[in-house]
Design a protein around this ligand. Structure first.
Ligand SMILES: NC(=O)c1ccc[n+]([C@@H]2O[C@H](COP(=O)([O-])OP(=O)(O)OC[C@H]3O[C@@H](n4cnc5c(N)ncnc54)[C@H](O)[C@@H]3O)[C@@H](O)[C@H]2O)c1
Length: 380
């Protein structure tokens, strides 16, 4: 039977525009779904580059103003893969036009923006999802299954960090192409909304709600040349952000994100310690889950490094044969697959805009706590 087509209008052809375009292109080859996404129109500000991207990836057409996507009656789904300051306006307009909306993380530059976006998609009743893709790493999905089955028992500790080192040079400018993450007006915040947001989304999913946080941030380089204004300007983002948290289930947590950890490019790790068992995961070794179970027979008890490639591991029966691993890009393909499955039942896929608002409430609380020096409520 012919599959129903879902015409995609994508905003942005940068890093995420490519991962999403790849996911929409690949998903139908590996997953048996009721819908087939069609790369309809790509939007980016440079007409030449947008056209070249459309030709390379097989989009039917290209435009330079996202409003053209929203007005286009043939487009079913708007996918927002542009910088953070564009998310709000595009999402509100797309929802008002009755389109399905996917949005990159963080949902808004702050929780107030995210709340408006949640209200818009819920009022319009349109399926929505935010691209916190690490949930769909098979090893991370397996961690969720093990926790939900009670294998860890009562959870005592959650520990996460996301380390990079690309902004250490004081000569690095802020703002503009490729450097919008350093411009607080565009990004909203620094590593808190960028890297910590990933750690928080995963944590809320695996370990439940966060009650209170106590945060600390630092901006190591106080002034940088601004590529758009041409002047040396104050840096408004946080370069490093750490916080302590108390979860609703009583567990204690520590989180750390920085772009000043020399030698680390994208070291995202988390460890969870429970009464019976512990779990450790590392993005650099994403196809493995480290698992320790105290109930194992004593003489051979120890940390197991489980290679997540078997057919009974999450998503893996869609891929190659046992023993052969998959990578980063597959997490986006899994996310599209789950979204299309949900849409066939008239639903959104997690994390929804509302789920992502919960993350933004935590990041807002971390930034507030760093300013006030007090513990802050992380639920708004
Ligand atoms: N899920 C993840 O792991 C992950 C990873 C990286 C980035 N992100 C998020 O994805 C979004 C994009 O980040 P990126 O790394 O792809 O950025 P990028 O700089 O690589 O690409 C941004 C793209 O948006 C386009 N753009 C900018 N303003 C626009 C406008 N007004 N209209 C249309 N197009 C516009 C640019 O031309 C560019 O193509 C951000 O929200 C970021 O936080 C998420």
């Amino acid at each position: 039977m012919a599959k129903k087509k879902i015409n995609v209008g994508m905003v942005g052809y940068g890093f995420m525009g490519r991962t999403h375009s790849n996911a929409f292109s690949q998903v139908g080859h590996f997953f048996d779904l009721p819908y087939q996404p069609v790369l309809k129109t790509i939007c980016a500000r440079s007409a030449d580059k947008a056209k070249a991207f459309a030709d390379q990836w097989g989009y039917d057409s290209s435009v330079t103003d996202w409003r053209r996507l929203v007005e286009d009656k043939s487009i079913d789904l708007i996918d927002i893969a542009s910088p953070n300051d564009t998310h709000l306006d595009i999402a509100l307009a797309a929802a008002a036009a009755g389109k399905m909306v996917m949005c990159e993380k963080p949902l808004g530059r702050n929780a107030a923006e995210s709340r408006k976006m949640v209200e818009a998609v819920e009022k319009a009743g349109v399926p929505n999802m935010v691209w916190y893709n690490y949930r769909r790493v098979p090893a991370v999905t397996l961690a969720k299954q093990l926790i939900d089955e009670g294998r860890l028992g009562k959870i005592f500790h959650y520990r996460a960090k996301f380390l990079q080192d690309w902004t250490i040079s004081k000569d690095l400018p802020q703002g503009g192409q490729g450097l919008w993450r350093l411009d607080v007006g565009v990004a909203g915040s620094g590593v808190t909304g960028d890297l910590l947001a990933h750690c928080i989304d995963t944590a809320l999913w695996l370990n439940g709600g966060i009650d209170k946080v106590s945060g600390m941030t630092e901006t190591f380089i106080k002034e940088r040349h601004h590529n758009i204004t041409g002047k040396t300007e104050k840096v408004g983002i946080d370069d490093a952000s750490l916080f302590l948290a108390r979860f609703d289930n009583g567990s204690l947590a520590s989180f750390e994100a920085t772009r000043y950890a020399r030698g680390h490019k994208a070291l995202y790790t988390f460890e969870i310690n429970g009464e019976h068992a512990s779990i450790f995961w590392d993005l650099h070794d994403l196809h493995r889950l480290q698992y320790f179970d105290h109930r194992d027979e004593g003489r051979t008890r120890g940390w197991r490094s489980v290679h997540i490639t078997d057919g009974d591991h999450p998503y893996m029966n869609k891929w190659w044969v046992p023993g052969l691993q998959i990578g980063y890009e597959h997490t986006f393909i899994h996310q599209v697959a789950d979204f299309l499955e949900a849409v066939s039942g008239g639903q959104s896929a997690a994390p929804t805009f509302r789920d992502a608002l919960a993350t933004d409430l935590v990041t807002d609380a971390v930034l507030k706590s760093a300013r006030t020096g007090q513990w802050e409520n992380a639920k708004g």
